[in-house]
Design a binder for this molecule. Sequence first.
Ligand code: ADP
Length: 741
Amino acid sequence: MPDNKINCIGVMTSGGDAPGMNAAVRAVVKAALYNGIEVYAFYQGYQGMVSGGDMIRKMSWDSVGGILHKGGTKIGTARCKEFRDRSGRLEAAKNLIERKIDNLVVIGGDGSLTGANLFREEWPLLLEELLTTGQINGEQAEMHPKLNIIGLVGSIDNDLSGTDMTIGADTALRRIAEALDAISSTAASHQRTFVVEVMGRNCGYLALMSALSSGADYVLIPERPPQVDDWVQQLCDKITANKKAGKSKSLIIIAEGAKDKNGNPIRSFEVVEELKKRIGEDARLTILGHVQRGGAPTAFDRYASTVLGYAAVKSLIESEQDEESKIIGLQKNRVKAISLVESIKATQSIVKHIENKEFDKAIQLRGGSFRESLDTFKTLSRAKPKHGDVDGESLNILVMNAGTLAPGMNIAVRTAVRLGMDKGHKVFGVRNAFKGLIRGDIEEMGWMDVEDWTSLGGSELGTNRKRPVSRDFYEIAKNLEKHKINALLIIGGMVGYEAASDFLKKRNEFPAFDIPIVCLPATINNNLPGTDFSVGADTALNSIIDAVDKIKESAVATKRVFVVEVMGRYCGYLAMLSGLATGAERVYLHENGITLQDLQNDVNMFKKAFIDGKRMGLVVKSEYANRIYTTPFISALYEEDGGDIFDVRQSILGHLQQGGNPSPFDRAMATKLAANSIDFLIKKVINGKNDVVSIGLHGGHMDYRNLEDLEKMVDVTFDRPKEQWWLKLEEIINLFGRSSA
Ligand code: ADP
């Protein structure tokens, strides 16, 4: 057991509930127990802390079993009036001291975190009062001179400055996307306009991201009101233009806190009435309400909360004397500790700016990625391209998919087509990836051709794993020349990257290859260099966890180990992340290898756990983890060795992992990457440059890698990057997979 300076931690969820809170509590409890630290949960948030008694319960390894995949929060949450008063906080302090708790992990929104910090600041005075009134003794006061606070942000609104994502926001977006996909299909059948209100009192994140990822036509958010006075007329004109352009439906998304430029609230039912009055449009209103909070957390909310909860305990263990309260959040896909006070201050200043109608300042503080999304949305939602002046000549841009299917490919193509056309260029599409490029299956794309491609899984252009060889290059060069192609965007997997790198090498032979090329990462395997994520992987992860949730439910009455095989080829990303998100005890990856000894140890670990009362086990295996120790082999070995103690079922998930509508994260990423790729390509052609690059995302930050260096970045034998950021997560799986601390 590791050494540490702290003995006891309290954990609670407070304020509005958010999916993923359970995962965070589980991680805090397990990480603490593993480190030899006692953990208490405060039931119903601050209410439990103030009331004490049975509402403060000591947690064991088993008390957080079976909650990872559940929505809501098992330890309850509440709004607590008493804690807002000093007398309530005095009671709370007494309850903490009695249990020797002076370290807290508070999971909640900015209200809960503000309360926690106030509590920390008052702590010495509260103790003094408890001492002078004889409620605690001198020794107790001396033992707990300060209170340490770590905050984890649980809020579906994603409204806290300093962390890129809050716990619950990804799930809320998924719920909204599911609803919007369903509404879109009925709206299109009836040629209807739908007005949908989503949550977000002070933050337009959910509204903006769901508008971007649903192909909506108009979005109203608190931070950026419509710039014109009569915006209702603007909206009416848009719907009329949509109809003229042949659009089958119109979709308007309104954040609950949306305002006009004079600061007056925009009410969704009034918008519907106005549409009827002004243009006779029989628009339908849907207020999504609490469905946005409900349901099982997404893969991201499960693994991010797990990683954050683990980091929270680590941070408490490592914290120095008199350190200020911190929030553990995510910045650019990395766990970061930030000042709680600063973060709350920044968050509240955005709210103030909105109240004071200083909208430019509010939007500025939301950050570059938010602003960029807003601009991209404006262009994509036009009924037809703007025919502005083109900077120089009109270019011919070619867009294609390559490699195996990845959900999100269509929205990337849609974005490229519309943004390219909007800038005055022609965009051509290739049918069936490199096979089509060799055959000359190339067509100019139109604005409305891609209208309904936002939510579609699969690849409308067509894709396959063909990589060009020998004479193929000649045919491809001929076709590029025929269509006078100035720039190429390849949306796909490693096959696309390798082909782009081949084109670069063959420029002397084929001048048609002397054009800028961007490879946009799209593969469920997430095995591409120069990016943390690839389009499609998040959707696949969600498909996996949905399937595993069902598989686990099938084992109610038996003692059973499931061996689940997931895709990924030689890359263990899907296995590792889904293992983390489903609470697997073990993951088997090609990167780390499997030995017979490992398997033997793992069977023994399971045997002991089942004898001690465990009911179910889960092992996630990457498809090519080992040539000999296949899924049937491992299952048979477990079954044989497990004897009467447990039985084993294997499940090879297969192609369901490539299917389905893309997740909001994949849609947003595909949009962002495609928008930047098109800008990049146009700029390069105009400046006479012919770079061949991949575009990548590191958290919210985008950059490009020169594909001359492809071999340096990739392990060519196994088609995966030499460096993979997520490999270190196995430490958490192995730790949390133990059957006890
Ligand atoms: P959220 O944490 O989701 O923003 P609230 O703002 O409702 O939700 O806060 C949840 C609880 O946190 C409150 O009911 C109260 O107990 C406590 N709290 C919030 N703000 C403060 C404050 N300024 N001082 C003390 N306690 C607070």
